[in-house]
Ligand binder design. Structure first.
Ligand SMILES: Cc1cc2nc3c(=O)[nH]c(=O)nc-3n(C[C@H](O)[C@H](O)[C@H](O)COP(=O)(O)OP(=O)(O)OC[C@H]3O[C@@H](n4cnc5c(N)ncnc54)[C@H](O)[C@@H]3O)c2cc1C
Length: 550
């Protein structure tokens, strides 16, 4: 109950069953929090074909939630190349190739652009139309998770102790109110939740424009001139765009990049796609849409009881394949904090740290994505399609330029593992700065705020699989005193697992005696002794020191 006569229907409502909402809902349910997802789409209606890349970091989150293997088994056929090819046309000249292993070779992939990354879960190429059904079906394995389809959220009212959500059932037309302690808006770029909060998006508008559609072309694969790839990045003096394999058989996404002032209605998309493909095989066009590449972030990510995540909080042009993946990182950051507050051991300061941790990272990664576009929107030599020596020289020169200057977007290790939380009230810093990262550069680090560098234990067991659902204290010397922290944790219900390791059993050496790892695998503290600082460290971990830290 939350006041006379008012009953709470469910602790948490998530608005939107897209990839971010489903990740958040599963993460909450995995922590025992009853969660209701309200989704306006009919049951299991596939989304538009948009995102095609699940980052390694997102796969790590999916592994923690128990379905990374199902995602990896879906999408393109297991033997279909995941390469990226720069080409003059789909059936034109190849300019360069970024080699990325097919799913079947994923764990035997040294020598590829994103092979040998320090993770148990390398990236996977799969379109959102195949990813989302995997999420919905895995969600059914959580007792405490309910998805209500055809449920259109119209608005909400926040009170000091609960939130009232107005929702219309699109099949019956009836409107009702559902009450929750927290509402999490994962309802996409036009977010009703964000509007209800009165929060605006700020940033850079209309950086580029594309007209995108799904084509079905049964004869295209058998008549293609270049070796198979997952994506063909098309560059010639007349036009640019890309072609992405969806099912490895007959379905493809075609993006035709157009000037920002293009009259999309007047554009003959089929004719433009035919020129991009350089083919005369028949194809049909479906789901044609224009999208504008922006770089926008919400001014704020929430209030006291209402928060936004994913495209509801930010959207930017799909360079480096890191928009949905950034939203999944939001979900992983927010879920454990909401659960901690509902479980009683977390202070509300934990929730405030969601924005102070995520917003600076999203500024950084969106700027990196924008810079990718600035780097690859370069003039193409006019002779690039000539069959003579001048054409060959232009292709060699331009292909090298793209491989050297653009290809990091397809193997962006820095975006996956490099970001850190460097001004967080719930992290105990020790004065050392985290290593800088870029699209293609990552330095593993135990500086508090960084992602725990991954290690294999005994050669095959992922360290991540051994972490507890709450905080985990990793100790390389069992004689180090941790009793005060353990007692404080026990008193309050803060979940704390202790993992003792002989450093010799790990394939990575860590430069500290102890590390305290958060539920989202970021480091909260490191050191050789906790001692008298145990009480203040404990208060920081549960979010109660935010006022002092601010
Ligand atoms: C061309 C293109 C290519 C892209 N490629 C990539 C890529 O390679 N990698 C990448 O990381 N990202 C990519 N993205 C971005 C990616 O598609 C989005 O970031 C991702 O879909 C965001 O997920 P989400 O769950 O936040 O929002 P959405 O996927 O938009 O889901 C929101 C959900 O909320 C529901 N909803 C909305 N309003 C309401 C309401 N009022 N009541 C109930 N339900 C509601 C919607 O029906 C929807 O199901 C691409 C985007 C585009 C346009």
């Amino acid at each position: 109950m939350c006041g006379p006569g008012v009953t709470i229907d469910v602790p948490v409502i998530v608005v939107g069953a897209g990839p971010v909402g489903m990740t958040l809902a599963m993460d909450l349910a995995s922590r025992g929090i009853e969660t209701l997802v309200l989704e306006r789409r009919p049951p299991r209606q596939a989304p538009d074909a948009r995102c095609n890349h699940v980052s390694a970091r997102s796969m790590e989150v999916f592994r923690r939630l128990g379905f990374a293997d199902k995602v990896r088994a879906a999408g393109l056929p297991a033997d279909h190349a995941h390469d990226v090819v720069y080409a003059t046309r789909f059936n034109g000249y190849e300019l360069g190739r970024v080699r990325i292993p097919a799913a079947q070779d994923r764990f035997n992939d040294a020598g590829y652009a994103d092979g040998s990354w320090p993770t148990p879960e390398p990236p996977h190429r799969i379109n959102q139309i195949y990813l989302e059904p995997q999420m919905w079906s895995h969600a059914e394995s959580f007792d405490r998770l309910t998805v209500r389809w055809n449920a259109d959220v119209l608005g909400l009212t926040e009170t000091p102790d609960h939130v009232e959500v107005t929702v219309t059932d699109r099949t019956s037309g009836t409107t009702s109110t559902v009450r929750a302690r927290y509402v999490l808006g994962c309802d996409g770029t036009r977010s009703t939740v964000r509007r209800a909060l009165g929060v605006h998006l700020v940033g850079d508008d209309a950086l580029m424009m594309s007209v995108m559609a799904t084509i079905t072309a049964p004869e295209l694969a058998s008549t293609q001139r270049l070796d198979r790839a997952w994506m063909y990045w098309i560059l010639n003096a007349e036009m640019s765009g890309n072609v992405i394999a969806l099912d490895g058989k007959e379905r493809w996404i075609v993006n035709v990049f157009v000037p920002k002032d293009t009259d999309v209605e007047a554009l003959d998309f089929a004719a433009a796609a035919r020129r991009l493909l350089a083919t005369d095989v028949p194809f049909t066009v479906a789901d044609k849409n224009a999208w504008t590449g922006r770089r926008l972030l919400a001014e704020h990510f929430g209030s006291r009881r209402v928060f936004i995540a994913g495209d509801a909080a930010h959207s930017w042009l799909p360079m480096a394949g890191y928009a949905m993946n950034a939203g999944i990182a939001d979900a992983a950051n927010l879920a454990w904090k909401i659960a901690a507050v509902l479980d009683g051991w977390g202070d509300e300061g934990l929730l405030a740290s969601y924005e102070s941790e995520r917003r600076p990272v999203l500024e950084q990664v969106s700027t990196l994505a924008m810079n990718v576009r600035k780097g690859n929107a370069v003039p193409v030599p006019p002779e690039i399609e000539q069959p003579d020596a001048a054409g060959a020289a232009a292709r060699e020169r331009f292909g090298r330029y793209m491989l050297e200057n653009d290809s990091a977007q397809f193997a962006c290790i820095g975006l996956n593992f490099g970001y850190y939380y460097d001004a967080s009230p719930i992290i105990a810093y020790d004065g050392e700065s985290p290593p800088a990262y870029s699209l293609g550069a990552y330095t593993p680090s135990t500086v508090p705020g960084c992602r725990l560098p991954h290690a294999f234990v005994g050669g095959t067991t992922s360290l991540y699989d051994l972490l507890g659902p709450g905080y985990t204290l990793i100790r390389f010397d069992p004689s180090l005193e941790i009793g005060a922290l353990q007692r404080a944790a026990e008193r309050s219900g803060l979940p704390l697992k202790v993992l003792d390791f002989d450093p010799e059993t790990l394939d990575v050496s860590y430069d500290c005696a102890m590390m305290l790892v958060r539920p989202d695998q970021h480091i909260a503290w490191r050191g050789a002794s906790i001692g008298p600082a145990a009480e203040s460290l404990f208060e920081r971990l549960r979010g109660a020191l935010t006022a002092q830290a601010a």
